[in-house]
Design a binder for this molecule. Structure first.
Ligand SMILES: [Fe+2]
Ligand SMILES: [Fe+2]
Length: 269
């Protein structure tokens, strides 16, 4: 690895997003089913926005970066159809938390997502700037907006998209997916295991042979050969935009739904 890519990787690893305690707090606080619903609504909407490639792979091609284009296209293809499995996992976890079949049909993505949104509306709807139509917080919209830039095909935006893609894949592989495994499986709160069919989403994304490992490898490979004095500023800017906006989302969810990890036990102690 070149010193330039190593420097960028360290920058991402040292960002507050990379070690955000939201999932640890989830495991600690043992949230109510409705709180889990609101959390999954915001997470699900954010994840859905990161999957489509938009014009990004084509823009890379047009700008003469065909190797990068191929590597990004591979990630986009591997993300297809992950929505239904994420909804299934959310429904399953909520059923276990509620100890009743709130979601009897785990295949019914639309019904599960509607329920998640209604939880979000009830619990987060009073936050300033909350959008009742989409059920998104200001912070979720800002995090999603980073990926709307994938519609643009100019050189500057494409370099920024490259930086956001690298930060996304590193955060998915090293923070988000391990964080979900921590609170959903390792916490023991839901008696969930990775080999249950309802948890397939997590199995597919987690660990050495998981999708995110491959995505991160592709993203590092793609950015490595692009980092020049000309592009470094925009690539770094794109990474920071992703990290700062996702940190903003984690902060608001952590504070308003998980009491930032503050439990009654600690209050009593
Ligand atoms: Fe995925
Ligand atoms: Fe990924």
């Amino acid at each position: 690895m070149t010193p330039a890519i190593q420097h960028l990787i360290s920058r991402i690893q040292n960002h507050r997003c990379h070690s955000h305690p939201i999932f640890m707090h989830w495991a600690q606080v043992d949230p109510e089913p409705e709180v889990i619903g609101a959390l999954f609504h915001q997470i699900q909407k954010f994840c859905a926005a990161t999957r489509p490639g938009g014009n990004f792979p084509a823009a890379l091609d047009l700008l003469g970066m065909s190797e990068q284009s191929g590597l990004m296209q591979e990630i986009v293809e591997s993300e297809e159809d992950h929505g239904p499995e994420l909804a299934m996992m959310a429904g399953h976890i909520i059923n276990r938390a509620a100890e009743t079949q709130i979601h009897p049909e785990l295949q019914d993505q639309a019904a599960i997502e509607k329920w998640l949104k209604s939880c979000s509306d009830r619990l987060l709807g009073n936050l300033p700037g909350y959008d009742p139509a989409s059920g998104l917080t200001v912070q979720a919209r800002a995090a999603i907006a980073v990926f709307e830039r994938r519609q643009r095909t100019d050189r500057d935006s494409t370099f920024r998209n490259m930086g956001s893609a690298l930060a996304l894949e590193m955060i998915s592989n090293r923070h988000l997916i391990p964080g979900e495994k921590l609170c959903l499986v390792d916490s023991g709160l839901y008696r969930a295991t990775l080999d249950e069919p309802e948890m397939h989403y997590l199995l597919e994304h987690w660990g050495e042979i998981g999708a995110e490992q491959m995505h991160e490898k592709n993203a590092i490979e793609a950015v490595q050969h692009l980092l020049t004095e000309e592009s470094a500023r925009q690539i770094t800017q794109g990474a920071d935009e992703f990290l700062d906006s996702l940190t903003g989302l984690w902060d608001v969810l952590d504070a308003s739904l998980l009491r930032s990890g503050y439990t009654d036990d600690r209050l009593a102690a």
